[in-house]
Design a protein around this ligand. Structure first.
Ligand code: SF4
Length: 298
């Protein structure tokens, strides 16, 4: 676990303090809301001073390299800095279902997951709650947490915030949802998504490199996810070209499980699952440009 070194050097405490200070005028993500979250004012992500946790458990449905035999110690946070109209976790991301907890309780959750044999701590949608996560991490490491940390996000990350947390996370697991900003605006209210996600993922790759797997378990590196949308709305070829430009050894999970959720029924373009042909076309392209890790070779 990378973060233990920063903890011992006192750097984790400094980074945490910087991030907590930032909550006074929150510009931690590309939304740049400028609200005072220490006073529980909320911006786009509707999150105040404390984290809201929906659930936590050893998850056996993540990528096999995160799951192993003990599962991925997954913590689902409420709310999100994106607003995807088809989100399968909409009860968390849009409705904010969960319980507000303080740092000591979040630390206890991490330690519980470690006790139950999880291979890592997998923070789902950590972007808007990064200050609170570091606050809890300090307590958890003091009490013996030593698992790899996974930053599992939607890709709409601020470059400057990622620079600040350099060295904390062992594995970055971002989505790349779209390569077309008009589509990103329509379905996630993120008009600059493509520029933002590219800068963010380049920085993640600079920090942790390609995914390193030892004895079947991911230890460090970048694990990218791309969910194929109906009618090629994700702009998958352009996404894959970008992933290939990072490294021929980039790990990318090309996902075929899209199904209409939440408000998807209101948009005819996304109100269906993808076809087998749409899936195969993307996989064939990935193979053609040399990508070879993280997806089914068919
Ligand atoms: S983290 Fe939340 S409040 Fe802060 S800039 Fe992003 S959306 Fe706005």
């Amino acid at each position: 676990m990378n973060c233990i070194k920063l903890y011992k050097e006192g750097q984790l405490k400094k980074i945490k303090e910087t991030l907590l200070e930032e909550l006074k005028n929150c510009k931690l993500c590309p939304r740049n809301c400028g609200v005072n979250r220490l006073k529980n004012q909320s911006g786009f992500c509707r999150s105040g001073r404390f984290a809201k946790v929906n659930s936590f458990f050893c998850h056996f449905g993540e990528e096999p390299e995160l799951v192993g035999s003990g599962g991925s110690g997954t913590i689902f946070f409420a709310y999100c800095n994106l607003a995807c109209q088809y989100c399968q976790n909409y009860t968390l991301s849009h409705y904010g279902e969960g319980d507000i907890i303080e740092a000591s309780e979040l630390a206890k959750i991490m330690l519980t997951l470690q006790k139950y044999g999880a291979h890592n701590i997998n923070f789902v949608t950590p972007t808007h709650i990064i200050a609170q996560i570091l606050e809890a991490l300090e307590i958890a490491i003091e009490a013996g947490l030593n698992l790899p940390l996974v930053y599992n996000c939607g890709g709409y990350e601020k470059f400057e915030t990622l620079k600040l947390i350099d060295g904390i996370f062992d594995i970055y697991m971002p989505d790349i949802k779209y390569s077309d900003n008009l589509v990103a605006q329509k379905f996630s209210l993120a008009p600059n998504y493509w520029e933002v996600v590219q800068a963010a993922i380049r920085e993640m790759h600079r920090q942790v490199g390609d995914l390193v797997i030892q004895n079947g378990i991911a230890k460090r590196g970048l694990l990218i996810r791309h969910l194929i949308l109906p009618n090629n709305l994700g702009g998958s070829f352009k996404v894959l070209d970008f992933v290939r430009s990072l490294s021929i050894n980039s790990y990318i999970n090309i996902m075929d499980q899209y199904h209409p959720c939440y408000n998807a029924y209101k948009f005819s373009q996304i109100n269906r699952c993808i076809t087998e042909e749409e899936y195969i076309t993307v996989i064939e392209y990935a193979k053609k440009i040399g990508l070879h890790r993280g997806f089914k070779i068919i």
